[in-house]
Structures are given as C-alpha cells and as structure tokens.
Design a protein around this ligand. Structure first.
Ligand SMILES: Cc1cc2nc3c(=O)[nH]c(=O)nc-3n(C[C@H](O)[C@H](O)[C@H](O)COP(=O)(O)O)c2cc1C
Length: 403
C-alpha cells in the first residue's frame, strides 16, 4: 500500500485532547490522504463540526441517521484503508471492545476490515482501571494497534500516563501501519535501548559518544506500528518521544544496564541499539575540577559491565522468562564483518546488526546501511536507506525467531 492517497477515517472521541487531532488531520491531508472525520456526539462539544469539515474537505456526521441513502454506517468502514481513533476515550475503547454500534464511529469500527489504530488519552486512573486494561487487551488481541499514552501533564494540575502523544508521532505510527507493517508484533513486549551513555567525570563533564538515538527511536516507532508493547530505554537523546513507547530515561551505562535488565525479564525481544560506553572514570569528582590546577590529574578508566553479554549469559543460565531474542548492534570502523562475527559469538546474541561508522555513516544521519549476522551463520545485507527500513528488517528477523 502506498503511503499517500489512502482513504483514512479519523475517529475523534470526547477527550480534552481532541484539539490536537486537528493537527493530526492536517498531517494526513497535507500528505495527500483523503480523510473522513467521524466524531462522537460528545467530541463535538470540544471541537465543532465546521472545523472538521473545513480541515478535511469532507462531510462530517456522528449518527447513522444522516445521509442514510449512502448507507454510511457500512460504507465508511468498508472503504477505509486505515481507521485511527485519536483521542480514544475510555468510553470509546469500551464500546469498541464490546462490539457496540450505537453511533457512526462504532459502526465504522465494526465494518472496517483495514488496520485500526487507537490512540487513547485519559486520566491515569481511567487508563489504569482494570476495565480499561481489559478493553485494551481485547482490542489488541483482535489485531488493533493501541498506542500507549504518553506520560506528563494531564487536564488540571495532575501528571501521569494518559496524555495523547504528539500528533506527528501518532502520524508516524499510522504511516508505518499504512505501509503494510501492522500487527505481527501484537501481544509481544520488546525492549529497545537507544542513544549514547554519558560517564561523569565531574558534575559538568562527561565521556560520551556520537550516538543520536535515531536508529533506536526508529526501532521503537516501527515496533509500536507493528503492534508491540515497547519499552524504550533512552540515553541522552534529544528527539521527540515515539508515540506509544514506554520511556525510561537513563544517563550512564550503569543506569542503562539496570533499566534494560529489569525490562528484559518480561520481554520477548531486546534490541540493544544504544552506544554504551565500554569504560567509565574510576573516580568522579563531586565538585567541578578547577582549571587552576597546575597539571590536570589523569583520568583513570575502569571497564563498564557488558550488558549484551550479561543478557546472553542470564538466558543461557536458564533465566526464567528471559527474552527469546537478543539483538546487538556493533559499530565498527574497520574489518567490519570479521569483528562483527567475533562479537556475535562472544556475546551469545541471536542477531547482530553491524554497521560501519565514519564520516556521514551511521551516527546522526537519517540513513543507515548494515549487515545483520545471525547465530546460524547467515548474513542479511541491508542497503543504504531510511533507519526505519533497517528497523523493519530487524523486526522481520526477530518475528521469525518468535514462537
Ligand atoms: C472536560 C472533560 C474532559 C474529558 N476528558 C476525557 C479524556 O481525556 N478521556 C476520556 O476517556 N474521557 C474524558 N472525558 C469524559 C468523556 O467525555 C465522557 O466519557 C464521554 O461520554 C465520552 O464520549 P465518547 O466516548 O462517545 O466520545 C472528559 C469529560 C470532560 C467533561
């Protein structure tokens, strides 16, 4: 399916975040999609019909009793390439999970045979209520992509999970779903690490690396679009949070290790895309090291824990629910394949994505090229292209290894 010129149904329900969906609508129309907005009755209390009609260029209805000769309660769903409900209220999730058909949106959800994406937004209590959890689980079991809400400021002064993710990030998920990648990670929990660790020298200085987090974020974004529950362990990344990923922010290799090992216990796959420092200063100064010192003291380094090897060892030792698939990344500057093959064997991972780094290669660029080595000795070449394409190849290889 092409990424433009599709028929998209944008369902909007009565959450306070409905105003953000005007922006989502614009992203679809400006990319050449034909959008039919189907609001619920109560959604129109927040943003009125003229806004949706003017921005979409299409008629807007909430009930099945309008334009009955066109049988909209069936036709709109049948002709859609994608239905996205954003924001999805607790109420609309419940109605959809129970197959209700008491307005045009729920009728459309029952007649649609295309991919369906829900972007829930509500107060944390509503999101965490067992009724909502069960409804979300039901919708996911049936193949819908339900994007985890973001955490942050909610209506009023309270904060927590329940925010509608950034419209641009919801759009990215929809774009990937439209590109035909929906569903094959549904019901899976995957952990992705991204970015580059920082090892403190003193309160203001650190040893870091050039990783931007773009590849790890692409892995998280594509996994969400394929239906996975995603934990993204993010080290010092200045990018917008991918919609639907549970964010865990870390700074150092030690913190990254703790976060990854904790999340990995319940995961089907772990993809270690972060650039983790091999060494850290033995001592960190509690105060800023002054310039005035005659000669600076040398910085002595000690080895950081090898997280990838530890994941493999824990699994080999029979670590209960430890992930079935472990994927490492190797950034090499020379003897790329030989070094990669040796690393794969040393670490005991299932797949190793090897990329050559250097000027304009891998770090901070939107494109990447790599070879994926498998534990069985295969190598899969991924030609230069967007980091999301590389991410999709990695997930294809992961999916093959999942039961
Ligand atoms: C100011 C206000 C804000 C609301 N925000 C939300 C929300 O963010 N998420 C939600 O699930 N319900 C929210 N509600 C409750 C829904 O509007 C209510 O459950 C409504 O019946 C949902 O209708 P719908 O699902 O048909 O759109 C809000 C209600 C009010 C008055």
């Amino acid at each position: 399916m092409s990424e433009a010129g599709n028929t998209v149904v944008l369902g909007v329900s009565a959450g306070i975040a409905v105003y953000k969906s005007c922006e989502l609508l614009r992203l679809f129309t400006e990319s050449g999609h034909d959008v039919r907005v189907v609001p619920t009755r109560d959604a129109l209390r927040f943003v009125g019909e003229p806004t949706w009609a003017a921005l979409s260029g299409n008629p807007v209805a909430t009930e099945v009793w309008e334009s009955v000769h066109e049988v909209p309660h069936v036709r709109i769903g049948q002709s859609a390439d994608l239905v996205v409900v954003a924001p999805a209220t607790a109420d609309v999730l419940a109605r959809a999970a129970h197959g209700m058909a008491n307005d045009l949106l729920t009728n459309t959800l029952l007649t649609a045979r295309c991919p369906v994406v829900f972007a829930p937004a509500m107060h944390t209590e509503m999101w965490e209520h067992p009724a909502t959890r069960a409804n979300v689980a039901t919708l996911r079991e049936r193949g819908a992509v339900v994007i985890e809400p973001a955490s942050g400021r909610l209506t009023g002064a309270d904060t927590g999970p329940g925010r509608l993710p950034d419209p641009a990030e919801i759009y990215e998920v929809c774009r990937r779903v439209l590109a035909g990648r929906g569903g094959d990670l549904a019901g899976r929990h995957v952990v992705v690490s991204a970015g580059g660790t920082r090892e403190a020298i003193d309160p203001v200085r650190f040893i870091g690396n050039r990783s931007s987090g773009l590849q790890g974020y692409a892995l998280a974004r594509t996994a969400v679009a394929r239906g996975a529950e995603v934990t993204l362990v993010s080290a010092n990344v200045a990018l917008p949070d991918p919609a639907g990923a549970k964010m865990v922010r870390v700074e150092s290799a030690t913190q990254l290790r703790e976060a990854v090992l904790a999340a990995a216990e319940h995961a089907d796959a772990v993809v270690m895309a972060a650039a983790v420092a091999d060494f850290r200063p033995v001592r960190q100064s509690g105060t800023k090291i002054k310039k005035s010192a005659a000669e600076p003291d040398p910085i002595h380094l000690t080895k950081n824990p090898d997280i990838l090897a530890e994941l493999g060892e824990t699994r080999r030792a029979g670590g209960g629910t430890y992930p079935r698939v472990i994927v490492g990344f190797a950034a090499e500057t020379d003897d790329v394949l030989a070094n990669g093959r040796a690393k794969l064997e040393r670490k005991g991972c299932d797949l190793l994505v090897v990329n050559q780094v250097g000027e304009n290669l891998a770090f901070g660029t939107p494109d990447n090229a790599a070879v994926v080595l498998t534990a069985e000795g295969e190598s899969v070449e991924i030609p230069r292209g967007p980091k999301e394409d590389l991410a999709d190849v990695v997930w294809n290889l992961v999916v093959r290894r999942l039961p």
